[in-house]
Design a protein around this ligand. Structure first.
Ligand SMILES: Nc1nc2c(c(=O)[nH]1)N[C@H]1C(S)=C(S)[C@@H](COP(=O)(O)OP(=O)(O)OC[C@H]3O[C@@H](n4cnc5c(=O)[nH]c(N)nc54)[C@H](O)[C@@H]3O)O[C@H]1N2
Ligand SMILES: Nc1nc2c(c(=O)[nH]1)N[C@H]1C(S)=C(S)[C@@H](COP(=O)(O)OP(=O)(O)OC[C@H]3O[C@@H](n4cnc5c(=O)[nH]c(N)nc54)[C@H](O)[C@@H]3O)O[C@H]1N2
Ligand SMILES: [Mo]
Length: 676
C-alpha cells in the first residue's frame, strides 16, 4: 500500500492537497496531505468519503444511447466506437444543414483542473461551434473588484490570521472556506472581532461575535453608509485616501446621501448598528473583509462588490499585514498557458456567444441565428444548477435536439441525453491544477485506471476528433503528453519559480507562490481607483435593488454537506443535509398560516416549487433562504429552487443573478414522504 499525492478537482477556492491510499489498482482511502502548502491536511467530509463516490454502485460505466422518451432515463449500452460514430454522424448532419453554430458545448465547473476543464474548447473551436459564456458563478464579483483594484491580488487567506477584525461579508465560510473557518475559530479564541454580514445567520454565524442581517442586494448602500460614518466621525485615513487613491474626494462628496438613517430604509439595518460597525472597523489595527460571492449574484452585484472593495481604503487597511480584502482575485500572473489548452487559434470566425445563464431561452430558440440542434454537456449539470429550470427541462426534452452528456452519474441532465458517455474521476486522469482562492498550483498524475469504460474529457475529445476527421497534432497527443507540454511550456509565473519547487510540481504535488505585496496597486494609475473613468459608471454609487413584484426575497446559499450538484449520489451526505427546506421568518410564516415543518409552495411568475418550511429567526423578515442544490428525485414536487431563478444578468460581468429573485409562499397541503 502506498500514499499518492493528488489534488481535489472540485469547485472550491482551496484545491486541497490529498493523499490517496492505493495498491495501484484500487483506492482505499482519501486523506488530507499535511505537506500541502496552503491546506495542510485539512479536508472536508465530502472528500474524505471520495472512495464512496468513486466506487458508487450508481456510477456510469459504459457508453449508452437513448432507448425511450427523452428524459426517461432509459438507455441501452453501446461501444465507444458506436458512440463516437453516432455523435460524428449527427453533428456532421447538423453542421451540413445548419452550420456549426447550431452546436453548443456546455461546460462549467464539475472538474476544475485545467486540461480536463478546457480541452473541449479546442475541439469546439476547431468545429466552429457556438461559444458558451461561462458566467454562472462570480464574474460580477471579479469585475466589481477589478474596477477598483485592477490586477492587484486580494489577500491570501493565510493573511487573515494577522487581521484583528474580520468582516465575513456574504460568505458561508463553514461551507465554502473551511481553512479560513479554522482561522476564524482560532481568531475568536484570541479575542479578535468577527462580524458576519449576511442575509441570514448562516452556519458561519457560530464563530461571529455579531451577525448583521441585511436585506438582499443592498450591500452597496451599507458600504457607502460605513464610509459616510468614517468620514463624519473623523475616523477615515484621509492621508491614505489622498496619496494612494484616485477620486476619493469625488466619492466623499456624494456620501451625504448615505447617512445610516437614510440607508436603514434600504438595508433594514438600524442606524445605530451601522455606526457601531463603522467604529469597530476603524478601531481595528488590520481590519479585513472576507468577501463571499453570494452578494455579487444580483443585478447590482458588481457595483456592490466595487463599493465594498473601496471600503478598506477609507481606513488605510491595505497598509497592514492582514488588512484589506480577501476572496476576490489571486495570482499575479499566468501559471499555465491556457491558450495551449483552449486553442483560440483553431477558430476561423468568432463563435456566436450564448450566456450560460440564458441556456434555457437559448434552447427554446430565443436567440439570434440558427436554432441550437446539437448540445454537448460535460462537467456541468444544467438541469440542477442553471436558472429557469422549468424552461430548461423543456428545452432538453426537445425531440429535435441531439444531446450528448459526458457524466459520472445519472444526473437530471444525463437523463435527457441521446448519447451518454461515462466520465472518469480525478484520480483516474492526469492534470494540472490552479487554486482560485490560494496562491497555489500543482500537478496530479493518474493513480488508477478508469473504472469500467470511463474516459477522461481529454481522451473523449481525442476519440471524437478522430471520428469527426479533425487532423491536428493537438488531437493526437495522449493525456500524459499533453500534461507534459503544459508543464514544460508553463506561463511565466510558474517558470520563474526556483528549481526545487519546479521539480516538486513535476513530480506530482502542489507549490505555493509568494504572497503578493498588496501595497503595489496594479491599476492603470498605480493607485486604488475609487473613481474609475473607464468604467461605465465612473463615480460609484448605490444601484437600487430592483423590485419585481413578489413580497419575499429568495436567496440560494451553499450547503455545508454537498457542493453544487456534486455529491448528490452520496446517501450519507444527503441524510446530513436533510429534506429540501426553505428558511422563513416567523412573522412571514404566521401571516400566511405556515407552521414549522410544514410543506410550502414557493412561487413566482416562473414556477411553483415545494419546500419544507423551517420557521426561524435566523433569517430576516422579508427574506427566504434555500440552501443547497437538490436533484429532482429528492425534490418535493419535481422542481428545485433554480426553477424560481430568472435569467437576468448582473450589471457587469454578465453573471448569474440567482440571489436576485422575489417570491411568495403559501401552505402546500398534504405532505408526501420523499426518500432521502
Ligand atoms: N440553486 C443553486 N444553484 C447554483 C448554485 C447554488 O449555490 N445554488 N451555485 C452556482 C455556482 S456558484 C456554480 S459554480 C454552479 C456550478 O454548477 P455545475 O458546473 O453544474 O457544477 P456541479 O453541479 O458541481 O457539477 C457538474 C457535473 O460535473 C460532473 N463531472 C465532474 N467531474 C467531471 C469530469 O472530469 N468530466 C465530466 N465530463 N464531468 C465531470 C459531475 O458529475 C457533476 O454532475 O452552480 C450554480 N448554481
Ligand atoms: N460545501 C460547499 N462548498 C462550496 C460550494 C457549495 O455549494 N458547498 N460551492 C462552491 C462554489 S461553486 C463556490 S463559487 C464557492 C463560493 O460559494 P458561494 O455560493 O459564493 O458561497 P459563499 O461565498 O460562501 O457565499 C454565500 C453567502 O452569500 C450570502 N448572500 C447572498 N446574497 C447576499 C446579499 O445580497 N448580501 C449579503 N450580505 N449576503 C448575501 C448567502 O446568504 C450565503 O451565506 O464555494 C465552493 N464551495
Ligand atoms: Mo461557483
Amino acid at each position: 500500500m502506498m500514499l499518492k499525492k493528488t489534488i481535489c478537482p472540485y469547485d472550491c477556492p482551496a484545491s486541497c492537497g490529498l493523499l490517496a491510499e492505493t495498491d495501484g489498482d484500487r483506492i482505499y482511502r482519501m486523506i488530507g496531505d499535511p505537506d500541502h502548502p496552503a491546506t495542510r491536511g485539512v479536508i472536508c467530509a465530502k472528500v474524505r468519503g471520495y472512495v464512496k463516490s468513486l466506487y458508487h454502485r450508481e456510477r456510469l460505466l459504459r457508453p449508452m444511447k437513448r432507448n425511450g422518451r427523452k428524459g426517461s432515463g432509459e438507455f441501452v449500452p453501446i461501444s465507444w466506437e458506436e458512440a463516437a460514430d453516432l455523435i460524428a454522424l449527427r453533428f456532421g448532419c447538423i453542421i451540413k444543414k445548419e452550420g456549426p453554430q447550431a452546436i453548443l458545448p456546455a461546460v462549467y465547473s464539475g472538474v476544475m483542473s485545467d486540461i480536463q476543464r478546457f480541452c473541449g474548447h479546442a475541439f469546439f473551436n476547431y468545429m466552429g461551434a457556438s461559444e458558451l459564456v461561462m458566467s454562472l458563478c462570480s464574474s460580477a464579483k471579479g469585475e466589481g473588484y477589478a474596477q477598483v483594484m485592477g490586477k492587484t491580488p486580494s489577500l491570501d487567506p493565510g493573511e487573515l490570521r494577522d487581521s484583528d477584525c474580520v468582516l465575513v461579508w456574504g460568505c458561508n465560510a463553514a461551507a465554502t472556506r473551511i481553512h479560513s473557518m479554522a482561522d476564524l475559530v482560532n481568531g475568536k479564541k484570541q479575542g479578535k472581532k468577527i462580524i458576519l454580514i449576511d442575509t441570514y445567520e448562516n452556519p458561519t454565524a457560530r464563530v461571529a461575535d455579531e451577525v448583521v442581517l441585511i436585506r438582499p442586494g443592498t450591500d452597496g448602500a451599507l458600504a457607502l453608509s460605513l464610509m459616510q460614518v468614517l468620514v463624519e466621525e473623523g475616523l477615515a485615513d484621509m492621508l491614505f485616501l489622498e496619496e494612494e487613491t484616485v477620486g476619493a474626494g469625488e466619492l466623499i462628496g456624494t456620501l451625504g446621501d448615505y447617512t445610516p438613517e437614510r440607508t436603514e430604509k434600504i438595508t433594514g439595518i438600524p442606524a445605530g448598528r451601522v455606526r457601531k460597525l463603522a467604529r469597530a472597523y476603524a478601531a481595528a489595527q488590520a481590519p479585513s473583509v472576507l468577501l463571499g460571492s453570494g452578494l455579487s449574484r444580483h443585478r447590482n452585484g458588481a457595483m456592490a462588490v466595487r463599493l465594498i472593495t473601496i471600503l478598506p481604503a477609507f481606513v488605510g487597511a491595505w497598509k497592514y499585514r492582514g488588512g484589506g480584502i480577501c476572496g476576490c482575485m489571486v495570482s499575479g500572473g499566468e501559471v499555465f498557458r491556457m491558450d495551449l489548452i483552449r486553442r483560440p487559434d483553431f477558430r476561423e470566425t468568432p463563435g456566436r456567444k450564448i450566456n450560460i445563464n440564458q441556456l434555457a431561452s437559448a434552447l427554446a430558440g430565443d436567440i439570434q441565428g440558427s436554432p441550437i440542434k446539437g448540445l454537448y454537456v460535460y462537467g456541468l449539470n444544467p438541469a440542477n444548477t442553471v436558472s429557469n429550470q422549468k424552461k430548461l427541462l423543456e428545452g432538453l426534452a426537445r425531440e429535435d435536439l441531439f444531446t450528448v452528456v459526458h457524466e459520472r452519474f445519472m444526473t437530471d441532465t444525463a437523463r435527457y441525453a441521446d448519447v451518454l458517455l461515462p466520465a472518469a474521476f480525478s484520480v483516474e486522469q492526469s492534470d494540472v491544477y490552479r487554486s482560485y482562492g490560494y496562491f497555489t498550483a500543482g500537478y496530479a498524475e493518474k493513480i488508477v485506471e478508469p473504472a469500467g469504460e470511463c474516459k477522461s474529457n481529454w481522451d473523449t475529445f481525442r476519440l471524437l476528433a478522430g471520428a469527426m476527421g479533425y487532423r491536428n497534432s493537438y488531437f493526437e497527443k495522449t493525456e500524459a503528453e499533453m500534461v507534459q507540454k503544459v508543464l514544460r511550456e508553463a506561463g511565466s509565473f510558474l517558470r520563474e519559480r526556483p528549481a526545487d519547487e519546479w521539480e516538486r510540481i513535476q513530480g506530482g504535488g502542489s507549490i505555493s507562490f509568494p504572497e503578493a505585496d498588496h501595497q503595489i496597486y496594479r491599476t492603470k494609475s498605480g493607485k486604488i481607483e475609487i473613481v474609475n473613468r473607464e468604467a461605465e459608471i465612473p463615480v460609484p454609487m448605490y444601484l437600487q435593488a430592483e423590485e419585481d413584484g413578489y413580497p419575499l426575497h429568495l436567496v440560494s446559499g451553499p450547503s455545508v454537506h454537498t457542493l453544487n450538484s456534486t455529491f448528490g449520489e452520496r446517501a450519507d451526505l444527503r441524510a446530513r443535509r436533510g429534506v429540501m427546506s426553505l428558511l422563513v421568518h416567523p412573522e412571514d410564516a404566521e401571516m400566511r398560516n405556515i407552521r414549522d415543518g410544514e410543506r410550502v409552495l414557493c412561487f413566482n411568475d416562473l414556477a411553483e416549487v415545494e419546500f419544507q418550511a423551517e420557521v426561524t429567526v435566523r433569517v430576516k423578515k422579508g427574506t427566504v433562504i434555500a440552501e443547497g442544490v437538490y436533484d429532482i428525485a429528492h425534490s418535493l414536487n419535481g422542481l428545485t429552487v433554480n426553477a424560481l431563478h430568472h435569467e437576468r444578468l448582473s450589471d457587469c460581468g454578465a453573471a448569474t443573478t440567482l440571489n436576485d429573485n422575489t417570491v411568495d409562499i403559501r401552505p402546500a397541503g398534504a405532505a408526501v414522504d420523499i426518500p432521502n
